[in-house]
Write a protein that binds this ligand. Structure first.
Ligand code: SF4
Length: 483
């Protein structure tokens, strides 16, 4: 049970207990503790995870007296609050999310996907991705001439694309079916069917099958989720590392970022038509990538619990990808999970010497140990493991490195996502040249590894990979949210 007890600064309240993130048995414990019947826990769960209510008053399936008793006992919904938004010229939105104790993390909304992590790892997705990105067209920031100016807006002043009204569509019942309401729920089946249909539709509608902005909307969107406040891993190319480690997020705080973003974007899940939004956009699929602030595998239990909560919200694990810097014991635990998202390993170097330099955690678990742990995962027939590789100019981006990567991944069902390093203040690396990226990419393709060069998203608002860093520090007054 997540209980907040710290109480300084804006938005913090003593002794409040967050309901969002609780498993079904925990919700049963809450209602039984109030002397209520068990079915009230199902109603509460449906309100939290299907309707995505933001306040107890919105749980209209519970009598007002019950809601008041919950509030009197210190319970609250406990979703993170969006206190600041930054909008990129490419449509990406970065949110500063405030947790119950006032700590903040960042979460990113990428309409049209992120161009490299579709989260499903299926062959269909690989083909789609290949059509999008295989040619390796890359525009380093210095050459990017996109028109427009990014904007940063306090949440209280920002009304686009729509403020949730509390009239979100009621999802299907049945939360009591699983621990988190996530086993075989009709919403997930709907979503899966919807995804399949959309893939077929996408094939018909667009030669690229996805990611193309359509009139009035887009086909898919990806949410990049944080798992910790700060990070202890200290990758040398990453802005988040500059924060150091402050604390783990709870499962409710991890999954709650997704709920908060979906509410803001007015995305409905489980309506029988897959994923949709009444705001005019045509989203058919939501992908989640756990690639925001923090190392999910150093917050393993909360992360895995959040996966189940998110399934209870109607997002199947096949649409989730978790990225790890390489926490070998957690990879081994992950291999044993009956339900698990797709895995991405941040390789970022072709040998231990370079990796130790840019990712000091390599001193604890070297590349060979990580690859051995990854090989032990029982991958499905159509499943690949993704290796992410941040290209740092002159450090790991030369043909000799590409050859070493090919040797490392030989015989593995692997694909590689190349990420052109995103600059950040105080980080002393340089971007690779477009030519070096193209050569690296081509060498991996020619060596038989499906390879994609991720389009940079939201780089102008510091929302791209490795750029997430809270823009508001603790102690500063945050902007209150207008209801
Ligand atoms: S890249 Fe990921 S694991 Fe490494 S310091 Fe940044 S947030 Fe942590």
């Amino acid at each position: 049970m997540a209980t907040d007890s710290i109480t300084v600064g804006a938005g913090r309240v003593v002794g409040e207990k967050a309901l969002f993130g609780m498993a079904a048995e925990e919700l049963r414990g809450v209602v039984e503790g109030l002397g209520l019947q068990k079915y009230r826990a199902v109603q509460l769960g449906d309100a939290l995870y299907k309707q995505r209510v933001e306040r107890l008053e919105e749980v209209t399936t519970l009598p007002a007296e019950v809601r008041e008793r919950l509030a009197a006992e210190g319970y609250r919904v406990g979703l993170p609050e969006i206190v600041q938004t930054a909008k990129s010229v490419d449509g990406t939105e970065r949110y500063l999310m405030r947790m119950g104790d006032g700590e903040t993390v960042e979460t990113v909304w990428m309409p049209g996907g992120d161009g490299g992590e579709r989260g499903d790892g299926s062959e269909a997705a690989v083909e789609e991705e290949g059509e999008d990105t295989e040619q390796g067209s890359v525009t380093p920031a210095s050459q990017d001439r996109s028109p427009g100016t990014p904007t940063v807006t306090p949440a209280s002043q920002d009304r686009s694309p729509g403020t949730p009204t509390g009239n979100r569509e009621q999802g299907p019942p049945g939360l009591s079916k699983g621990k988190y309401g996530d086993s075989d729920s009709s919403s997930q089946n709907d979503e899966r069917k919807g995804s399949q249909n959309d893939e077929r539709e996408g094939e018909k509608q667009s030669p690229c099958g996805n990611d193309k902005q359509e009139a009035g909307g887009y086909k898919r969107a990806t949410i990049c989720v944080s798992s910790q406040v700060g990070c202890a891993v200290n990758c040398q190319f990453c802005l988040t590392a500059k924060l150091g480690m402050r604390r783990n997020l709870t499962a409710g705080e991890i999954a709650g970022q997704v709920a908060a973003v979906l509410n803001r974007q007015r995305v409905r899940i489980g309506s029988g038509k897959g994923v949709e939004t009444p705001a005019g956009a045509k989203i058919s699929r939501i992908n989640l990538v756990f690639m925001g602030m923090g190392e999910p595998f150093l917050n393993y239990d909360a992360f895995m619990k959040s996966v189940h909560v998110l399934r209870g919200m109607g997002i199947p694990e096949s649409r989730m990808t978790v990225s790890t810097s390489g926490i070998e014991p957690s990879i081994r635990r992950f291999a044993e999970e009956p339900v698990r998202p797709k895995l991405a390993l941040s390789l970022n170097a072709s040998n231990d010497a370079v990796r130790r330099e840019i990712m000091p955690i390599t001193k604890k678990w070297d590349i060979a140990a990580l690859l051995e742990a990854v090989r032990a995962i029982p991958f499905g027939k159509r499943e690949y493991v993704t290796f992410e590789y941040v290209l740092l100019g002159g450090v790991n981006d030369q043909p000799k490195h590409a050859r070493e990567v090919l040797a490392l991944l030989k015989g593995m069902k692997a694909k590689v996502n190349l990420i052109v390093w995103n600059p950040g203040p105080g980080i002393d690396y340089r971007q690779p040249t477009a030519e070096d990226v193209a050569v690296f990419h081509r060498m991996l393709i020619d060596g038989g590894i499906p390879t994609f060069t991720r389009r940079p998203r939201g780089r102008d608002i510091f929302a791209a990979c490795g750029q997430l860093k809270r823009t508001v520090e603790p102690g500063l007054e945050l902007v209150e949210i207008a209801r």
